[in-house]
Design a protein around this ligand. Structure first.
Ligand SMILES: [Fe+2]
Length: 419
């Protein structure tokens, strides 16, 4: 983001469409975040099920802090930070910005109340609109940089929309009453049900010749990308095959019935230790023949893709099935091929065999936003695609999601590879 080598989107009268589009996106994305809490009770807004997760109210505050700290305070003349101490509460991990409240304690923040957080959101929204209107009057280079930062803030907020839903599912799953966060027809689980109902039962494998391929964000492509998607670079691939479909609940149940969680030879040593320590016997939200979802306890269709798997489980299943996980280069090559990759987007993130490391020549953005991705490039694996919790316009073939191998509260599934 913001590299001087990047193409520039100039907020000049010639690109008035861009200006209007940013205004509209700002309004739409900010409103959608607030729509996600519309079905919740006030008590739910402080729910933090585990240290990795955050309460809904915190997500609303943090995304607002991001805009205030990186755009308004440094770049909008006359902007005044009214609640300086909120920066301590809502900074996530930006060391360059300052000290912060410990993540495991976010659920303790009953104050500020949601009304104050929502009022702050309104004030920041107005500030962002004013900044946007002022961009044509700034020097082009400054206008370009601020446009990029604003887009980063919007993409960041979309990431937190998915995190908010993941974290809600985790928190609600710990309540013995098995409550529904959003059982309505507009809810994420209703969308999942529609998606798997529409999905054709594509089976079989697609073959790829391999060879010297290029992956990553193309320099000069004006579409948004996170810094971790660049630079585009070459990778050598041996011939490979990818499954047309994601692994289903029924297929995963066969793995369990065959002793999948009791056979150490199927697991990485670290994963086997996790299985034993946490007494894993099934995917995170399986409950007998049902599954816990954002709409509460629901039947588990045998033909639907299995979801909420860790990398360790995906890797063990692949070994049991006589296959393997795809590399991220294989996945991207298939997704961008003329044939295309079925079920690539909008259902489940797909674990890859690739550790999350910088691409050759990677350079984090200068300044505090350089902490966005780069410092997490260790001890995690890459997931590709997008999920039913991901905003629809927040996916692309070069997107690199990442989580530690034992995490399974994200909407992750798996696609097999071989060869
Ligand atoms: Fe964040």
């Amino acid at each position: 983001m913001g590299s001087s080598a990047e193409p520039r989107l100039r907020p000049t009268p010639r690109s008035e469409g861009l200006h209007e589009r940013l205004h509209r996106r700002l309004q739409t994305i900010r409103q959608r975040t607030e729509a996600l809490i519309a079905t919740l009770e006030p008590e739910d807004l402080c729910l933090q099920g585990m240290p990795d997760a955050s309460p809904p109210k915190w997500h609303l505050g943090h995304t607002t802090w991001f805009f205030e700290a990186f755009l308004l305070e440094p770049h909008l003349p006359g902007w005044r930070v009214e609640e300086r101490r909120w920066g301590y509460l809502f900074n996530s991990y930006y060391d360059a910005v300052g000290e912060r409240h410990p993540r495991p304690h976010r659920g303790l923040l009953t104050r500020p109340p949601i009304a104050a957080v929502l009022a702050w959101r309104r004030r920041v929204d107005a500030g962002l609109a004013a900044l946007l209107d002022d961009l044509p009057h700034r020097p082009p280079a400054e206008g370009d940089a601020l446009t990029s930062l604003l887009e980063l803030g919007l993409q960041h907020e979309q990431q937190h929309q998915e995190l908010l839903l993941m974290d809600l599912l985790d928190g609600f799953s710990r309540n013995p009453l098995e409550p529904a966060a959003d059982p309505g027809p507009q809810g994420a689980e209703a969308e999942w049900t529609r998606l798997i109902g529409d999905e054709p039962a594509a089976r079989g494998w697609q073959s790829h010749p391999g060879g010297l391929v290029a992956i990553g964000h193309e320099q000069g492509d004006p579409d948004f990308h996170f810094d971790n998607e660049a630079p585009r670079h070459r990778v050598w691939l041996e011939p490979f095959e990818l499954a047309n479909a994601l692994v289903t609940n029924a297929q995963y149940a066969a793995f369990i019935a065959d002793g999948g969680y009791r056979r150490p030879e199927l697991w990485m040593s670290e994963g086997w230790a996790v299985v034993q320590a946490r007494r894993w016997q099934a995917p995170r939200y399986w409950r007998g023949e049902a599954e816990f979802t954002l709409a509460g306890l629901r039947p588990r269709p045998p033909g639907a893709p299995v979801r909420h798997l860790s990398w360790f489980e995906a890797d063990a299943y692949a070994r049991w099935a006589g296959a393997r996980l795809p590399s991220e280069a294989e996945w991207e090559q298939a997704a961008t091929s003329s044939e295309g990759l079925p079920m690539a987007f909008g259902l489940l993130w797909q674990w890859t065999a690739s550790p999350y490391r910088p691409y050759p020549g990677f350079a984090p953005a200068p300044g505090a936003v350089g902490e966005y991705n780069g410092k997490f490039m260790t001890s995690q694996f890459v997931l590709r695609g997008s999920s039913f919790l991901t905003p629809a316009d927040h996916c692309r073939s070069t997107y690199r999601n990442f989580f530690p191998p034992a995490s399974r509260w994200m909407a992750a599934g798996l696609r097999l590879a071989r060869g």
